[in-house]
Structure formats: structure tokens, C-alpha cells
Design a protein around this ligand. Sequence first.
Ligand code: CTP
Length: 401
Amino acid sequence: MLKGKHILLGVTGSIAAYKAAMLCRLLKTAGAEVKVLMTPTAKEFITPLTMATLSKNPVAVEFYNPENGDWHSHISMGEWADCLLIAPATANTLAKMAHGVADNLLLTTYLSARCSTVVAPAMDCDMFAHEATQANIALLKERGVTVIDSPSGELASGLSGKGRMAEPEAILRFLESFPGLNQKKKSNLAGRRFVVTAGATIEAIDPVRYITNHSTGKMGYAVAGELAARGARVTLISGHTVLPTPAGVERTDVASAEEMYDAARKAFADADGAVMCAAVADYTPKEVSPSKIKKDGDTLTIELRRTKDIAASLGREKGDRLLVGFALETDDEIVNAEEKLRRKNFDFIVLNSLRDKGAGFGVDTNKVTIIDAEGGKALPLMSKSDTAAAIADRMESFFER
Ligand code: CTP
């Protein structure tokens, strides 16, 4: 995943700068190309010589080289990078990033970079907890910067708490599954909030049994990951799945259709849009037996009642926000999908047909048709992550209007 990727490693003036050396080495071992940018204060903590030797590239600190006048272009460095990774990121640098201060090469590079930006904060626990720092971090997240959470632990100050930089190995693992590395151009989804529903709901019959379906959540998780990679703030409302949470996504687990309805409506209140990938039960047992139902007789009848339609409910109140639906059909696919598009007030609907080989439950590929009020566009058989990218591209066009 990191092979051949261009990582611009920004190092700022924190005691954790010594970890940047190990991080640089790990990135190089994983096959990435690394160029290092340091703030003037970072040089007090670790030498450019160390970072240049490890990255096998000259280190840039000042706007120009005082010996020969060579100009270090912040624009070209930003263009070279697939990702600007600032680790460690001090409270000072985070504050300047949040407020557009451009008084060193690292900051001008951040302001002009079109690639994704990832920061790993590093500071004392009280500085980290301070309202100003937390507000700056929230603002940066809002604008699409990905923040690698700071773990709790012993700090250089002797205190203990949250604020230390994530370990280089953890940062490497994060980057290895960070889809934002493939994102060259800054997306207009960056900073917007989206709700994604995914996976199957579980409708209890009694404490032991339930009704569910074959959805594994792969498509919804791929969409959530792709949106986060483009800098969006994603709340993933997840039914039953065994999948790991995609990088940068906030996940809320639910079981029943009713729980998913409540969680999705709550998250949609301040969202710019929603993508409804979940396979929601249309019916749920009218009554859940409080104790295990014992066998008795040859047949058993369970009375079911309709669940609430989450998508239709968001569709009624969406206004000019974006609502994307999914339709899984076996017959009269296009006609059924178009009917759902209108009835649920989707801006577009992603149709998969169970008749298509390689599409549907559990597999890693999908073959979809994206349908809006103007008509449909059939896409070829692709991986679910490429399908998610196509859906995100279509979402970007919605916000270009
Ligand atoms: N959906 C939802 N809440 C429900 C049922 C469906 O949010 N209670 C959403 C799905 O996530 C999907 C879309 O609505 O985006 C279409 O779901 P589907 O089950 O195919 O449509 P239904 O309206 O349930 O139609 P039918 O079962 O008749 O095919």
C-alpha cells in the first residue's frame, strides 16, 4: 500500500521529534519515498542530518538555502506529496494551521498542499486538554485534516495523560490502510459531514433467535472509508458485521432497524448528506418474547410488523442535502430502482442486481448502475473500493452544482 507513495513528513519542535526518525525509517522500509520538512524549532530536537540520512533526501527547513540562494518551493513539495504527514505536530503548529498562519515553510506547504494531510499531535497533557487546542483540532478535522489520536501514557514532562505522539508503528499501520493516500486533489467533500448506514439489522424474536439477512456491510464500509479518505467527517451507523472500522471514521453500532432509525436521524440532523447502504429489515417481530420460545407443535407462526423506513424518513426532511440510496433487486431492476429513487427522494440510487455475477453479498466486487432523475449509468464489474470511489465522485458532482 505504501510502496512508491510520496510522503512529505513534517517535523515540528516537540520532544517526540526523536520518534520522527523511526517513523521515517519505517516508511522507507515499507517502500514509501520520504521527503522531510522541519520547522526551525524542530532542529533543536533532532538534526536535519539524521532526517536527511534516513529519508535519503535533502531536508527543507527555510524558504531558501542561505548558502546558494536555492528556493524551496512549498508549492512543488505539496504537489509532489501523496500525503503531508505532520508527526509530531505541536500545539503551536496545530494552532497556526487552524488559523492560516504562514510563518514557516511547513505551514506554507500545508496551506497550499492539495494532498491529504494527517497530523499526529504531541504535547503535554494539559496543553492537549486545553480548550484552545481541542478547538483547533476540531476545526482542522472539520476542514478535512485527519488526526491520529494521541494515546494516553507517560509524558516527557513526567506527567501522565493524553498528549503523547502515537507510536511510529501505529502511525505506519494507520497510513497503510489510509485511502487518502490515493487522493491527489483536494475533494469538495472535505470537511462535510455524512451519515453512512451499513450492514444487516438484527430483529430479535426471543433472547436466543433473531431475523437478519446476508449483508456483510462491505459496500457501506468501503463508502465510509472512501468519504473519510476524501476528508469528509463520517458517522457510520453499523448493523451487524465483522469488519474493522475504516480509518478516520466514527462508528456507532446498532442492532435493530429501530435503533438504526434513531441513530441515523440523530446523526443526520447536522449532516450534509447520507448514504443508505444498510440492508434494513422491512419487518420485525410484533412482540419479542422475553424468554426462550420452546418447541410446541409442528408449525410456529411469528407475527411481524413493518419497520420504519429510515431512508424515506431522511428523504422527507433532507431539503437540499444529499441523499444516496441503494437498491438490491432481482427482477425489473431499473423500474424498481427508479420507483425507489422517487418514493424515497434520493438524489441518486445505486442499483445492484443479484443476477450479476460478482455483485451482491459477501464478495469483494460489485457491478452497479447509478441512477438519477436524468437516467442511469452502468459501471463495469469493479472492486467494492473502486465502486465506492465512483459513488464518491458522483457525490462530488452533486456539490459542484
Ligand atoms: N432502507 C432504509 N430503511 C428501511 C428499508 C430500506 O433506509 N427500513 C434503505 C436501504 O438502505 C436502501 C433503500 O432504502 O438504501 C432501498 O432499500 P430496499 O430494501 O431495496 O427497498 P424497500 O423500500 O425496502 O423495497 P422492497 O423491500 O420492496 O424492495
